[in-house]
Design a protein around this ligand. Sequence first.
Ligand SMILES: Cc1cc2nc3c(=O)[nH]c(=O)nc-3n(C[C@H](O)[C@H](O)[C@H](O)COP(=O)(O)O)c2cc1C
Ligand SMILES: [Fe+2]
Ligand SMILES: [Fe+2]
Length: 389
Amino acid sequence: MSFFEISKNVYWVGVKDWNRRMFDALIPLPRGTSYNSYLIVGEKKLLVDTVNPGFEGELKKNVDSIVGLENLDYLVMNHAEPDHAGAIPYVMGLNGKVKLLTTLKGAKMAQTYYNVPSDRINVVKGGDVLELGRKTLRFIEAPMLHWPETMFTYLQEDKILFSCDFFGAHLAEGFFDDDVEDLPVFAQKYFGEIMMPFKVMGKAALEKLKDFEVSIIAPSHGPIYKNPDKILGLYRGWVEGVTREKVVVVYVSMWGSTECMAQTISKTLLSEGVNVLEYNLSYADLGDLVKDLVDARAVVLAAPTVLNGAHPLMVYFLYLFNALRPPTKYCVILSSFGWAGGTVRQIKEAVGANLEILYVLDVNGRPNATDLANVVEAGRVLAKKVKGA
Ligand SMILES: Cc1cc2nc3c(=O)[nH]c(=O)nc-3n(C[C@H](O)[C@H](O)[C@H](O)COP(=O)(O)O)c2cc1C
Ligand SMILES: [Fe+2]
Ligand SMILES: [Fe+2]
C-alpha cells in the first residue's frame, strides 16, 4: 500500500507507473506517469477518479488501508478516459452501494465504456454542491479539457481543486511541485499534447476558476501543486497563445540536401539572436517537439520530395501540427527535389490557412552557393518578423 495525506482527511491513493513509456500510442513518456486518485473522508467517503486498468488491486490496497473500499459512498468521474476511469467497474463491482458522480455526457460514457447501470449514476451539473459532512464539494463543468464530459471537483474546506488532466504532467516521480526541478517543462509538454487544441475551452475554465480560492491543485497526472500560482500563470500564457522569440526548425532529409538548408537557417537565426530549436524528424521526441510548439512564434518546415510529395515524416508532422493548433504565426518552407518536386505545394496546402508563409525555397538537388545565400536571406527575413512581432 502507499498513500499520503495531502490535507486533513484528504489522501492521495493513486499509483505511480514508473515503467510506462507510451501514452495514447502516440506520446513518449520518458519518466513514466502517475494516475492520481484521491480519497476524501468526511462523514461520507468519496473517491475522486480511479486508475489505469491493471492497477485496480493497488488502488484497493491504498483505499483499504484508510477506510475500506466497501465503505465508499461516492465515486467522482471527472473524466471518462481509461487512465482515470478504468478501475470504475472494479470499484463498483466490489462496492454495491457506491454512486458514480459525473456530468450528463460522462453518464453516457460510463454506460458505454464501463457498463455502469444508470441507476448507479448521479448526474452533477456545474455549481452543484455535495455535502459529505465536514467536507463540501462543488462541481465545475470544464468541457473539452480534453473530452466532452470533463469536469473539475472543488473541495471547499481545504480549497483543493481536483482538475483531472488539466494542469497534469506525465511524471511518476514527486509528490509535490517542489519535488521536481523541471516540472514546468513536463507541464508544458502535457499542455501541448493534450490541451493545446482546446485553448478556447482552457481559457473559459481559467475564467471560471477565478470564482474559487485555490490553495492546492491536485491533477490526475504528476505532482500536486502546493503553490498553484506558478502553474496558473503558465497556463494563462499558454491558453492565450503567447509566443516567444523562438523558432522551431523541423526537418527530414535522406541524403543531406534539405538538412544542409535546415542547418543553415538555424545558424542564421542564431546569429540574429533568435532562440532556435532544431528537430530532425527521424529521431525527434514528439513530446519535446510539441512542448516547443506551445510558445514558438515561427516554424521552418524542411523536407525533400519523395514520390511526388513531402517525405512521409513531414506529412505526419503537418497532420499533427494542424490538429494540435499551436499559436505559431510564421513559416519558411525549404525543400530539395530530384526532378519534378511536389513538396512545396503540399506543405503550402497543408498550412497555408494557419501560417503566414514568409519565404519558400525549392532547390533541385544539392543546394549551391546561391541557394545557401537564399537560405541565409530567408533566415534574416524570418528573424526580423519574429523579433518584430
Ligand atoms: C525514395 C525516393 C523517392 C523520390 N521521389 C521523388 C519524386 O517523386 N520527385 C522528385 O522530384 N524527387 C524525388 N526524389 C529525389 C529527392 O527529392 C532528391 O534526391 C532530394 O535532393 C533529396 O533531398 P535530401 O538530400 O534532403 O534527402 C526521391 C528520392 C528518393 C530517395
Ligand atoms: Fe485524458
Ligand atoms: Fe489522463
